[in-house]
Design a protein around this ligand. Structure first.
Ligand code: B12
Ligand code: SF4
Length: 508
């Protein structure tokens, strides 16, 4: 039987113990369709965390298992290591087919093919012009089917028939990009990943380290935040409660006791979300999810609290109206005012429901002026921190600095050249990729923490990410000092240590 190896590359910036879900879902899609290929997943994210020799392990897996096809998933922050794995694959196994997918390829598969067609046969993704999220289920089913029917040659001869395949036409030296196909809702309902890889590294401290399953219950986002790679999607699809309950029961049997819904917005449909919350509780899970303040109300939050919700991630992003508009978090100042008013209520309701709350702020963006955008100011940053630290019942305050992700409006729209290291030129996916700099001779614009300062880690900034022009160590230090004094002052005022400033880790 022909074999497919799916690879999760390592990453060097753990902000929370999240698990990449693409590979499990793709394997489940192939199994649910009864396709006669063998699939295996190798999780090098775990090997890396365990400080194992992950490259050696990868080469050994290749030599021992000898797959016909290797599928590598990658976020933009993983693009270099993922490409290195493609090189090792081709060096170790002559004739193996290598395909890449995931968020980076969703936005910039054209760059991957231009720069790496010597080691990557094709990607599932796009050039980022029409969408920033390309789904892989239907494409992967087609890939596995072609492999089953006629092997590697047959697969490579039929790339034109794979939805979302992006590949190089070597004769005409041009990139071909097949239109992607959205995963229909009935497939999402049918294909849920059982057999999730459980590892203690993926258990959430907020769930007392109970075995934690990570999965999607809905997919997509109707919003268009300028910084976000999950924007510009296909709308939202929620899974049926029946399919979710079936999955939860299977996960329970597999030993999971906690559940994290990594949906973009879990409460996008509040009635549905409440029903799912009840199912999670009845089947015996403590759980958490992501949402937005506009999508929450008191009744929903109290229901979540009663049904085992232990964490609700809400990206507040800013406490300043002009900055919220600059992010396209909201469209105008009327909505911005309403957003901030609602935020104050939401954090108080979370506290009433005894759900630990966290406010996430993101700095380094733009503010709206009357006829243009200008860089966010230090005064804006301070006002945001003041707003967040003053939220009643806030448990954690976390600060983040903007990375410019391929395919997003901050990366592409000339209106945002004031904060883009490439100025008026779009910041495409190539700027995340080392090979681009070797070939183009352009100056490397990615942040190098070692050359800069350990303070970058306090804002969840790891090496090799293009940031905004505002990310300078002195500025970050000033923000950090202000945040500390503001949180201390608020806690003193309340007479208790209600709010903690959450810093992922200072690394020097
Ligand atoms: C879970 C998660 C994490 C986890 C796991 C990350 C991972 N490797 O997947 C952790 C905590 C580690 C994480 C970290 C970060 N994350 Co994160 N994270 C998410 C989150 C919430 C869910 C991702 C997910 O599992 N989705 C579900 C799966 C099924 O979707 P998928 O991966 O796109 O897979 C589908 C297709 O892409 C395709 N596919 C995927 N892989 C493959 C492979 C092959 C071979 C094929 C054919 C197809 C294919 O098929 C799948 C099914 O349709 C998303 C936001 C969201 N709600 O989507 C952000 C998101 C992925 N994260 C993001 C970012 C920026 C980060 C950080 C860089 C933040 C930071 N600290 O700086 C770090 C990166 C660390 C690093 N160095 O890599 C961005 C990524 C943008 C980009 N272009 O890379 C997102 C989209 C957030 C956002 N809205 O902008 N994250
Ligand atoms: S930040 Fe959240 S609300 Fe905004 S587009 Fe991304 S997923 Fe949607």
């Amino acid at each position: 039987m022909r074999k497919i190896l799916l690879v999760k590359p390592p990453f060097n910036g753990l902000t929370y113990p999240g698990s990449p879900k693409g590979p499990e879902l793709l394997r489940a899609a192939v199994r649910a369709n009864g396709i006669g290929v063998e699939t295996m997943i190798t999780d090098l994210q775990l090997s890396w965390q365990r400080k194992e020799d992950y490259l050696g392990q990868f080469a050994q897996t290749l030599e021992g298992w000898k797959p016909d096809l290797i599928g590598i998933t990658n976020l933009s922050a993983q693009v270099d290591i993922a490409n290195e794995l493609a090189v090792i694959s081709k060096d170790t196994l002559k004739g193996v087919v290598v395909v890449k997918g995931g968020y980076h390829e969703s936005a910039s598969a054209d760059w991957t093919m231009r720069l790496h067609h010597d080691v990557v046969d094709f990607c599932i993704g796009s050039d980022g012009k029409t969408t920033t999220r390309v789904e892989g289920e239907l494409a992967f089913i087609r890939i596995a089917r072609l492999l089953e029917e006629g092997g590697k040659e047959h697969l490579l001869g039929n790339l034109h028939s794979i939805p979302g395949a992006v590949y190089m036409d070597m004769e005409r030296k041009r990139i071909i990009s097949n239109p992607p196909l959205d995963t229909p809702k009935n497939i999402l309902d049918r294909v849920f990943a059982s057999g999730l890889i459980h590892a203690p590294e993926y258990d959430f401290p907020i769930f007392d380290l109970l075995p934690t399953a990570h999965a999607e219950l809905s997919r997509g986002c109707p919003n268009r935040c300028n910084y976000c790679a999950a924007a510009k999607t296909f709308g939202v699809r929620i899974r049926s409660v029946e399919s979710i309950e079936r999955q939860l029961k299977m996960l329970k049997k597999e030993g999971f006791r906690a559940f994290y819904a990594d949906d973009s917005n879990f409460s996008v449909n509040r009635n549905w979300a409440k029903r799912v919350a009840t199912s999670l509780y009845d089947i015996g899970f403590v759980w958490g999810a992501n949402s937005r303040v506009e999508l929450l109300d008191r009744e929903t939050i109290l229901h979540f609290g009663r049904t085992g919700c232990r964490y609700l991630f809400t990206g507040l992003e800013s406490g300043v109206e002009a900055v919220l508009i600059g992010m396209n978090k909201v469209r105008d100042s009327m909505r911005a005012g309403a957003y901030l008013e609602k935020a104050q209520k939401v954090y108080a309701w979370l506290s009433e429901a005894k759900i630990p709350s966290a406010a996430f702020l993101m700095f380094g963006g733009v503010r709206e002026e009357s006829d243009c955008y200008s860089p966010e100011t230090l005064e804006d940053v301070k006002a945001s921190i003041r707003f967040a630290a003053g939220l009643k019942g806030l448990r954690y305050l976390s600060m983040n600095f903007l990375r410019i992700l391929p395919g997003t409006r901050f990366a592409e729209d000339p209106a945002f050249s004031c904060i883009r290291p490439t100025g008026k030129k779009p910041l495409h996916g190539g700027y995340w990729d080392s090979r681009f700099y070797e070939i183009s001779g352009e100056k490397d614009i990615r942040a190098k923490r070692k050359e800069k300062s350990g303070i970058f880690s306090c804002f969840e900034l790891e090496d090799d990410m293009p940031l905004t022009t505002l990310a300078e160590p002195g500025y970050l230090a000033e923000i950090l000092a202000f945040a500390k004094s503001e949180v201390d002052a608020q806690n003193r005022k309340r007479g208790q240590h209600e709010t903690k400033l959450s810093i992922v880790g200072f690394k020097d």
